[in-house]
Write a protein that binds this ligand. Sequence first.
Ligand code: P6P
Length: 338
Amino acid sequence: HAADALRTDLMTITRFVLNEQSKHPESRGDFTILLSHIVLGCKFVCSSVNKAGLAKLIGLAGETNVQGEEQKKLDVLSNEVFVKALVSSGRTSILVSEEDEEAIFVEAPKRGRYCVVFDPLDGSSNIDCSVSIGTIFGIYMLKDGGEPTLDEVLQPGKNMLAAGYCMYGSSCTLVLSTGEGVNGFTLDPSLGEFILTHPDIKIPKKGKIYSVNEGNAKNWDGPTTKYVEKCKFPTDGSSSKSLRYIGSMVADVHRTLLYGGIFLYPADKKSPNGKLRVLYEVFPMSFLMEQAGGQAFTGKQRALDLVPKKIHERSPIFMGSYDDVEDVKALYAAEENK
Ligand code: P6P
């Protein structure tokens, strides 16, 4: 009966968020409505990503529409879906998307109390070889009721109310934190519902995997070079770490969150601020790592303490198991004290 009870007592993401909402009696349910629109966007992208290969290979009707328009690139399509879903939710005032150079200010009648920063399809260069890709998002509350300005989204990541990602891989998995731990949900395509499959995710305190693009090694700074060296040739008698690098942030971070270890995209001589974007890659993933008991460091400070000055600003990042990031921090501190 227990198995039956489990099967019939479906903890969907909507029910989960409503439970969270019930802990805040003052809540008006706006956040729940906002999240339901983000979830809708993820379901759409999941369906499009899964069809993309087929559409491309066998020229399904979707490839060019009746007006003979070229099929939109999947990341452009995904962006349009998320922007429309978020604006129509009536709960947002400012949107920052990796796909749009300028922030989107929602028209007055449709405005709400939240700002959403997102990468609608991160890692989209990996679509053609069917490597997992994902949507990454973070949610801020408007600081004050006035006319929304860009300052409302140039907040440190520690001010985020929620963050998450949806990974489009062998299954469609949505990992979410609303500030009280991290939970993972898997899309059941037969129901069209995200079901709680990974309750209360905690990252192992120390891991056996490091994840970095070794091809950039010649341009790394001293502490990063020393750290990677330690992973490969440990001097404390421990065994070497394994290298796992997929090149799609959502996939590399998801593996790190579940298995432990460290994901790093350091600064290098060519890109002194690294490659990953602060608002919609570094902050949401750092938020999740801290909520899961790990940490995230930029080489100079706690990642979530960064105050971005521009919406597409980049930062170096070291994130994952608490002890592994501590090792990186010690090497940067030693460099500082030279
Ligand atoms: P590199 C994908 O293009 C992306 O933005 C992230 O998803 C990924 O972690 C990173 O870039 C990979 O960059 O330079 O190693 O190919």
